[in-house]
Design a binder for this molecule. Structure first.
Ligand code: NDP
Ligand code: OXD
Length: 318
């Protein structure tokens, strides 16, 4: 039997980032870099690692048994009519999860400790000491209680924040007020001082966070107005509404890692919005070596007769 083949199709990366890792971790298989690969090899490939594959590539992968997403999110491929009927496996890794939790905790603390006010005062050479509420006086409401949401919740709880959570299906999580589905959304919002989104982009979550939603957050908390933090996907929010909420005081502050349009255009008014921290879709990333380890682990599990892990459910889109 010939060695199994995986095609690596990650635009913007280089073969040096991937092929030596596969060579050392997967001696029983063969990894090909898409650009320059023999077309017959691509057609016969057993697996592929992809990010935002176009229909042309998906049609060329005629024999794949599974597709691996470079990222934890899979919206870059789930909507494609050319997607073959094989398991789509997303990336889940401890390193990526920790990085996201660091980003979430850091941003909750930046707003709790009113870092914007200190920054402004420092630039103006003013010795100003705004009132500092304690973490236990605020509820962080997390939308999305999956791998990332649950890890962030555990770490926020150690800092001392109160917790609420909202998911698609019901959950019971110690120390967290849990809400689910459209029916639980209003109650979740009205208890939340800092709204953290770690949602996937699906037809149900697209455009979810609007000005109207932000107005329904708790407005009587110790910061005077709520805060919004998005580390999930930009198209779950309306960027123009976030800007309007910051400019009108509906929001006290925000932190955005993701945007409707990425990269965020240089002339976007969000760059200059008050009390907004921006990071360029960099909250958490996946080291290539970890992705290769995860892919090889999944292929070996499958070869041993075990099911793949982290398989996307097509009907729900994540
Ligand atoms: P998971 O699939 O583990 O969790 C998704 C969570 O979202 C689940 O709790 C799910 O509910 C909930 N959810 C999905 N749809 C809805 C809905 N319609 N209403 C309410 N809740 C919903 O994903 P991860 O935690 O691993 O990752 C989340 C997202 O973070 C990724 O999809 C990706 O887009 C983004 N991401 C961003 C990164 C960055 O650098 N900015 C890096 C990595 C990921 P239930 O539990 O009921 O199924
Ligand atoms: C991911 C991402 O989905 O980087 O992993 O956004």
């Amino acid at each position: 039997m010939s060695a199994p083949v995986i095609v690596v199709a990650v635009g913007g990366d280089s073969p040096e980032q991937w092929l030596p890792e596969f060579a050392s971790r997967w001696p029983e298989g063969r990894a090909l870099w898409l650009d320059g690969a023999d077309e017959a090899d691509v057609a016969k490939a057993d697996y592929a690692v992809v990010w935002a594959p176009g229909p042309d590539l998906l049609h060329r992968l005629k024999s794949v048994r599974a597709l691996f997403s470079l990222g934890a999110g899979v919206d870059h491929m789930m909507g494609s009519p050319a997607l073959p009927d094989v398991p789509v496996i997303r990336y889940v890794g401890a390193d990526l999860t920790s990085r996201m939790s660091e980003w979430v905790v850091m941003n909750c603390l930046l707003h709790l400790r009113q870092f914007h006010a200190y920054d402004r005062a420092q630039k103006a050479h003013r010795w100003e000491r705004p009132h500092q509420p304690g973490a236990e006086e605020l509820t962080v409401g997390i939308m999305g209680l999956g791998v990332l949401g649950l890890d962030a919740a555990a770490k926020l709880s150690q800092v001392g924040f109160r917790l609420a959570g909202w998911s698609r299906t019901p959950k019971a999580i110690p120390g967290m007020a849990c809400f689910d589905g459209p029916g639980g959304f209003d109650a979740f919002l009205s208890t939340t001082d800092i709204l953290v989104s770690l949602l996937p982009l699906t037809p149900d979550t697209a455009g979810l966070v609007t000005l109207d939603v932000l107005k329904r957050l708790r407005r009587t908390g110790p910061l005077g107005a709520p805060v919004y933090i998005n580390g999930g996907r930009g198209r779950t929010q309306r960027d123009a509404d976030i800007l309007a909420a910051l400019e009108s005081g509906v929001l006290r502050g925000a932190s955005l890692d993701v945007f409707e349009t990425e990269p965020l255009p240089a002339d976007s008014r969000l760059w200059d919005a008050p009390n907004l921290f921006i990071t360029p879709h960099a909250a958490a990333w996946s080291p290539r070596s970890d992705v290769v380890r995860h892919v090889v682990e999944q292929i070996r599990r499958h070869d041993a007769g075990l099911p793949f892990e982290h398989v996307v459910e097509r009907a729900r889109g994540y």
